[in-house]
Each structure stands twice: as structure tokens, then as C-alpha cells.
Design a protein around this ligand. Structure first.
Ligand code: FE2
Length: 221
């Protein structure tokens, strides 16, 4: 067990929202959306796809805020640099929800990662909710995500705040997407920043996914 896992193992909490934990992966995904399992390249090397249902997003956010007010507050990760820290709620604390989201990732996003990058094998993921707000941290400066191979960002409360969005260095801005729509990109080549929230609270589900690639061809020059 690595240090981060051990830290969260000591803080594990049970999700008491039976509605949330009784979802299965088929409810998590918006199956009615005809574009499920399809992705769009919205700017070069940056993709979007329908992912979580709006109902699940709402329940997930409400439960996270409820749990965070019970003493497990959104907290800044001290291992991240100061200019990229935002208050976050890590789902390693809540295994019931963590495992549900992992199933949805494996069944619906990993096949796309395989198609794009040849990374078929899921290894592990960091899953958290990040909270941007004017009174705390409203924006983060340009950076590469370093905790995984693929970064996934899913808006949970679009329409309830002003500002926000993600800017990719010299390539453009992705305005806040509809709730449940995943924005994803490879972590190593996409320098990006979160734009300022000017009013209200912006909540994003942020995931960093690690994958194994067993298809290395070591004989290739
Ligand atoms: Fe990031």
C-alpha cells in the first residue's frame, strides 16, 4: 500500500446515502444518450464524451458536500505545488462510491483510451471532487497533471456559478460543459489551467487514470 492509500485507509467513511450506493454502473451512465461510447475532439488532443447521468452527478455532489461537513472537509493536498492546489474531496475515503465510479470508468472510458492511445489495461485511479470558488481558490495556473496517464474532468454543477472553464496552452478554451460530460486528455502533453470562477462555487469530478500498456514492441527501432 502506498503512502496516499494508507492515509485514506485511515480516514475511510461509509456512504449513508442508500440511493447513491444502490446505483449500478448502468444507472451511473446516461444510457439514453445516443452519443454514449462516442467521443469528440473539441480542440486538438482534447476530447469530450457523455459519461455520468445528471441525476448521479447531483446525488454525488450533495453526498460529498454532506460528508465534507461532517469533519471530512474539502482539503488542499499538501504534496501539490501552491499554485495548483484547490480544495478537494478524495473518494478513496469512501470505498462504496469509489468502486462504483471505477466500474463506470472501466466499462465506458477505458475502451476509448484504448482506441486513442493503446492503453487497454486499467491499473488505478485518483478520484476526487475539486471545488473552485472566488472566496477560496478561484483558478489554478498552467500545469501538467502528474498523477496518471489520462486526466478526466466531469462538471457536477454547471449553471450554478459564473466563470470557470479549462484553457489549454496556445490551443484554446473549453467552456464549462453540461453536467456529466467528461472532458479527457492525455496528462503528459496537455498543459492546461483552470480559469477563474467569478461568482458561486464550481465543483468538478477530477480523475487521474493510470493504465498499463502491455503492447510495447521493444524490437522496434
Ligand atoms: Fe490539472
Amino acid at each position: 500500500m502506498n503512502i496516499e492509500d494508507a492515509y485514506y485507509a485511515g480516514k475511510q467513511i461509509i456512504c449513508e446515502n442508500k440511493k447513491l450506493t444502490s446505483y449500478d454502473a448502468s444507472f451511473v451512465i446516461d444510457k439514453d444518450n445516443p452519443n454514449i461510447q462516442k467521443y469528440n475532439e473539441v480542440i486538438p488532443r482534447v476530447y469530450t464524451t457523455p459519461f455520468l447521468s445528471t441525476e448521479f452527478c447531483k446525488e454525488l455532489l450533495e453526498e460529498s458536500i454532506r460528508l465534507s461537513t461532517k469533519g471530512d472537509t474539502f482539503e488542499v493536498n499538501p504534496t501539490e505545488g501552491g499554485s495548483v492546489q484547490v480544495p478537494e474531496f478524495n473518494f478513496k475515503k469512501v470505498p462504496g462510491i469509489y468502486n462504483l465510479i471505477i466500474r463506470a470508468v472501466k466499462e465506458n472510458l477505458v475502451p476509448m483510451f484504448n482506441h486513442l492511445w493503446g492503453r487497454p489495461n486499467y491499473y488505478e485511479a485518483t478520484i476526487q471532487i475539486a471545488n473552485y470558488s472566488p472566496r477560496e481558490i478561484s483558478e489554478i495556473s498552467y500545469h501538467f497533471d502528474s498523477a496518471g496517464d489520462v486526466s478526466v474532468v466531469v462538471p457536477l454543477n454547471t449553471g450554478e456559478y459564473e466563470g470557470g472553464g479549462t484553457e489549454f496552452l496556445n490551443r484554446g478554451i473549453v467552456e464549462p460543459l453540461p453536467n456529466g460530460t467528461a472532458l479527457f486528455f492525455d496528462s503528459f502533453t496537455n498543459k492546461h489551467r483552470g480559469l477563474a470562477v467569478t461568482k458561486g462555487q464550481r465543483y468538478l469530478l477530477v480523475m487521474w487514470i493510470k493504465g498499463y500498456n502491455y503492447n510495447f514492441d521493444l524490437t522496434r527501432e
